[in-house]
Design a protein around this ligand. Structure first.
Ligand SMILES: Nc1ncnc2c1ncn2[C@@H]1O[C@H](COP(=O)(O)OP(=O)(O)OP(=O)(O)O)[C@@H](O)[C@H]1O
Length: 308
């Protein structure tokens, strides 16, 4: 369990993190979202003991960060922003070095390195200097060092940044395949990543926590949640759709022929809409229930946050 109480971080007069408090329990895979400069990386650095908060307390289990930093850090794997590494080393050398720092030895060390190299697919670049690798491969080296000692807590600052779509998918699978009693905290700008891998979302803006719940609860805040969209192949009288019980609003895009029906809160309208379409023989070639739009909710929650 990670416990954060009233954490404030100031850089001079500037307040980067402003009174954060939350608990994270084993099994939580937290998506940490926020606009640029919101304080995500700063918070992650505080959670790893990499920098100290100006005020407040971080505890991991029964240990306080300011008293047991080294012991806590043995439990944490951390992928910092940009994945710094020793650029003149090869991934093979770097991972051996990190494995030793993490206390792995002998056969166990070799077996674990081999396993991790396969997991993040580094086989082809093991003997090239890290400096010469592409951004995506550098990121994978960073990820490999973070998971090498199979930590209880994994803190990943934009883990899929710079990866191609296949690698993004693979990293998400890797996170999903981690044992279920770990704590994983991932910062990302990719909103869909959160619904793909996380069971909890925290949104910060201006150093404040603006949202802390499930991805589903985030989607439910969207005006589009459970809305029904349909597409007409040619124009027809659709006025009756807006009159259906449970329909609060209707929007029509004349250009594309797309019609969206917004339900009253908590109402499920798809069956009635479908029935109406059949009865009136409306020329509908596509009809689907919207899942909610994360970008819209994110904007609403972080609106007014200053760019920092
Ligand atoms: N060492 C530092 N000295 C001064 N200001 C800092 C320092 N580190 C971070 N900041 C400032 O604190 C604020 C929060 O930065 P942080 O890197 O935590 O944001 P972030 O949410 O991770 O942003 P991004 O999404 O752009 O990575 C920013 O305004 C940043 O410029």
């Amino acid at each position: 369990m990670i416990s954060v109480k009233n954490v404030i971080k100031k850089f001079g007069d500037f307040i980067a993190v402003d009174g954060l408090s939350f608990d994270i329990k084993p099994g939580d895979v937290v998506g940490f979202l926020g606009p640029n400069g919101a304080g995500k990386s700063t918070t992650m650095k505080i959670l790893t003991g990499f920098i100290e908060p100006t005020e407040g307390e971080v505890r991991v289990g029964n240990m306080a960060m300011d008293q047991s930093r080294k012991d806590i850090q043995t439990k944490i794997g951390y992928l910092p922003e940009g994945a710094p590494a020793y650029g003149d080393m090869t991934p093979a050398q770097f991972l051996h070095f990190i494995a030793e720092v993490r206390g792995l030895k002998g056969d166990a060390k070799h077996a674990r390195i081999k396993e991790v190299v396969q997991q993040v697919e580094l086989q082809d670049v093991l003997d090239k200097p890290i400096d010469n690798l592409s951004k995506g491969f550098k990121r994978r080296v960073g990820l490999a060092q973070a998971i090498l000692h199979d930590p209880e807590i994994l803190i990943l600052d934009e883990p899929t940044d710079g990866l191609d779509p296949n690698q993004k998918h693979q990293v998400r699978q890797l996170i999903q395949n981690l044992s279920k009693d770990k704590i994983v905290i991932i910062s990302t700008h990719i909103l869909e990543e959160v619904t793909a891998v996380c069971n909890r979302v925290m949104i910060i803006a201006d150093g404040h926590l603006r949202f802390d719940s499930t991805p589903q609860a985030l989607l439910q805040r969207s005006r589009f949640y459970q809305a029904v969209s349909l597409h007409l192949s040619y124009s027809a009288d659709i006025s009756g759709l807006a009159e259906l019980p449970g329909v609060e609003d209707m929007e029509v895009d004349m250009h594309s022929g797309k019609v969206t029906l917004f339900p009253e809160e908590g109402k499920e309208i798809v069956h009635l809409v479908n029935e109406h379409v059949q009865q009136r023989k409306l020329p509908v070639d596509m009809l689907f229930v919207e899942q909610g739009r994360l970008d819209e909710v994110f904007r609403a929650l972080t609106l007014g946050a200053t760019a920092r």
